[in-house]
Design a protein around this ligand. Structure first.
Ligand SMILES: CC(C)(COP(=O)(O)OP(=O)(O)OC[C@H]1O[C@@H](n2cnc3c(N)ncnc32)[C@H](O)[C@@H]1OP(=O)(O)O)[C@@H](O)C(=O)NCCC(=O)NCCS
Length: 190
């Protein structure tokens, strides 16, 4: 059975990061991320242009959590206690025990291993606490950094799903990547 219960909010901790609920006090840092055209490049959303839009994102994260629809963590750098990104699990299929991963990191923090470190904790949570069987992500071709992160986390590239996602008005293919619980268990015991 899939365990979807996000209240109280599950705070996760890694060596350099705390993963917690995104709050209104994170709006400034979240604005930096969501207003960056490079961050939004391969995603469905257009870069935001106002703080109000950011607050709407935060409101939506909270609503999705209350409705057990999707869980978004704010990625907080312990060193500064500031938000440097977000990551989420959503699009759940209860019967198949499947969920989809999403993530972004502030451009100034790219290439320091933060996405890999945060997602490792989220994947642990998905398999150990939620009892997911499969975690997947679809990546727009060209987003090589994203493919690299998931490859480092032992995701397998399964193929290209044609015209899967509407990215800024254009239907784009998606590289389907996934990890199964049995592979995750096997790898963590090696
Ligand atoms: C994808 C993203 C989250 C990665 O965050 P990050 O914190 O920089 O990731 P990490 O540092 O953990 O790992 C990135 C890896 O990709 C590599 N990489 C970076 N740019 C690359 C590129 N253009 N081509 C190939 N590899 C690349 C890095 O070298 C690193 O690998 P390494 O550890 O072996 O050196 C970040 O680039 C981002 O926020 N992008 C915009 C949003 C996005 O695309 N989200 C994913 C949607 S599917």
């Amino acid at each position: 059975m899939l365990i979807k219960c996000f209240i109280p909010f599950p705070i996760l901790e890694t060596e350099r990061l705390i993963l917690r609920l995104v709050e209104d006090r994170d709006a400034e840092q979240l604005y930096e991320i969501l207003s960056d055209a490079e961050v939004a490049k391969f995603d469905y959303f257009y870069p935001v242009t106002s703080k109000e839009q950011v607050l709407k994102f935060i409101e939506r994260y909270k609503k999705e959590i209350e409705e057990n629809e999707e869980i978004t963590w704010g990625i907080i750098l312990k060193e500064t206690n500031k938000l440097i990104g977000t990551c989420c699990l959503g699009s759940f299929d209860e019967g198949a025990r499947r969920g989809e991963l999403g993530y972004d990191i502030a451009q100034v923090k790219w290439g320091k291993g933060y996405a890999t470190e945060a997602l490792e904790a989220v994947i642990d949570y998905g398999f150990d606490i939620m009892n997911l069987n499969r975690i997947e992500a679809t990546i727009t071709p060209g987003n090589d950094a994203s493919v690299k992160v998931l490859s480092k986390l032992n995701f397998i590239q399964e193929g290209v799903v044609r015209e899967r996602d509407l990215i800024k008005g254009k239907l784009e293919d998606g590289i389907m990547m996934s990890i199964l619980k049995r592979d995750y268990i096997k790898k963590s015991r090696e």
